[in-house]
Ligand binder design. Structure first.
Ligand SMILES: [Zn+2]
Length: 128
């Protein structure tokens, strides 16, 4: 079990990355590169509401990006995942690595609460 509660996060606001269409072997590298490049600017909320399909390589890209985020002390959260992806996250118990929120607004408000929490007592990432 990862002890994420002790990590320091460098929250400098969040960027919303909108993914769309199919995330599969053809687009997975591109998706990963995009997310990692956005981590340079701050925390990332991945808006998945327009994603129609995601396969195992797509999930792997999200997990890899989440690991990069953790190394960079950034938050990477998912918003509005398709039901198919939620199921995969459940089955693989990946919600700890990839916190998931029903929509971007919820992800933003939870993220800003995390930001306010920094400096004082740590607040573990919310898992919904
Ligand atoms: Zn953050």
């Amino acid at each position: 079990m990862l002890d994420t509660g002790q990590e320091q996060f460098l929250c400098g606001g969040s960027t919303v990355a909108e993914l769309a269409g199919e995330i599969d072997i053809a687009t997975t590298e591109e998706t990963y590169e995009l997310l990692v490049s956005l981590l340079d600017d701050g925390c990332v909320i991945v808006d998945l509401s327009a994603v129609e399909f995601i396969d195992a390589s797509g999930v792997n890209a999200l997990v890899k990006a989440a690991r990069e985020a953790s190394l960079a002390h950034r938050h990477l959260t998912l918003a509005a995942p398709p039901r198919q992806l939620s199921r995969i996250l459940d089955v693989l118990a990946l919600h700890q690595i990839l916190p998931t929120h029903p929509d971007v607004d919820t992800a933003r408000s939870i993220h800003s609460r995390l930001q306010q929490g920094r400096g004082g007592h740590h607040t573990p990432p919310q898992v919904v």
